[in-house]
Design a protein around this ligand. Structure first.
Ligand code: HH2
Length: 278
């Protein structure tokens, strides 16, 4: 059983249209205040995004996205050494974010969006999250198809990790993420994917898991729970991930997630001590 500390990545979307928080932090002052709150709540990493990935979201230009995220990253960096991740598909935005102080590039396309994504990640020498998605954000929920979803996602992530290493990204900088909700049917794909999470952990890279406030929670609890009403399900998913050995969970409700992970970790450590012969 894994008892390595599971880190909590706090989500900060500086977008007017994210599915999970309705643009509450699009204003720069509100975004910085939110970053401070996430740090005070115990986040180990901040994940900053300037473009929503939800199906049908408005595309944002490189310049606009950079203007949303880079000054915020600089402002956070001026007062904190917390690791900062930039959630973007665009190499130019990742470059500006790293120049402003980001230490990780979180790419929901696993460095497949632009022809120069792989080379850009290698040159940046930052940590990289390769997330699995079937299709692209506009079309991903139109009839996604899999045979064995966990096996296919694991194989595709392994191939993207190989591609990244072949392009010069150091192995120790690579993270994998199964991409819950990205080109996956709400329950028919997301549940077996989570059930088979250990296959992805077994690839030997740190795994990031994002279940926070995701849609698959709603049909498991009556069918009409909005994003802000999915805290219990988000925590259940995070603890399932901890049990499967993920290295970090991506969360909107950081305080509650940190507490849940702390309790899970303490119980897991006690269970391991019980197993040890005296
Ligand atoms: N989920 C979202 C965005 N980015 N990145 C990774 N690595 N893993 C995820 O599961 C993931 C992600 C979607 O959530 P959110 O940021 O709240 O919404 P939006 O994309 O609408 O801003």
């Amino acid at each position: 059983m894994a008892t390595k500390p599971v880190r909590v990545m706090g989500v900060l979307n500086v977008t007017p249209d994210s599915f999970s928080d309705d643009g509450r932090f699009a204003d720069p002052a509100a975004a910085l205040a939110r970053a401070r709150q996430l740090i005070a709540d115990g986040a180990d990493i901040l994940d900053i995004g300037g473009e929503s990935t939800r199906p049908g979201a408005e595309p944002v230009s490189e310049a606009e996205e950079t203007a949303r995220v880079a000054p915020l990253i600089e402002a956070i960096r001026a007062e904190s050494a917390i690791p900062i991740s930039i959630d973007t598909m665009k190499p130019a935005v990742a470059r500006a974010a790293v120049a402003a102080g980001a230490t990780m590039w979180n790419d929901v396309t696993a460095l497949a969006y632009a022809p120069d994504s792989l080379a850009a990640a290698a040159a940046l020498r930052c940590e990289v999250v390769l997330m699995h998605m079937q299709g692209d954000p506009r079309t991903m929920q139109v009839e996604p198809r899999y045979g064995d979803v966990a096996a296919e996602v694991a194989d595709e992530l392994a191939a993207r990790a190989q591609a990244a290493m072949a392009a010069g990204v150091a192995r120790e900088r690579i993270w994998l993420d199964p991409g819950v909700g990205f080109g996956k049917h709400m329950t028919r794909h997301n549940l077996p994917l989570l059930a088979g999470l250990e296959r992805i952990v077994a690839l030997g890279f740190p795994v990031l898991l994002g279940v926070s406030r995701k849609s698959f929670i709603s049909p498991l609890d009556g069918g009409d729970r909005g994003p802000q009403e999915r805290l219990g399900g988000s925590i259940a998913g995070a603890l399932w991930g901890a049990q499967a050995g993920v290295a970090a969970v991506r969360a909107h409700d950081v305080r509650e997630t940190v507490q849940a992970i702390a309790v899970w970790t303490a119980i897991a450590a006690a269970a391991q001590a019980e197993d040890r012969p005296a």
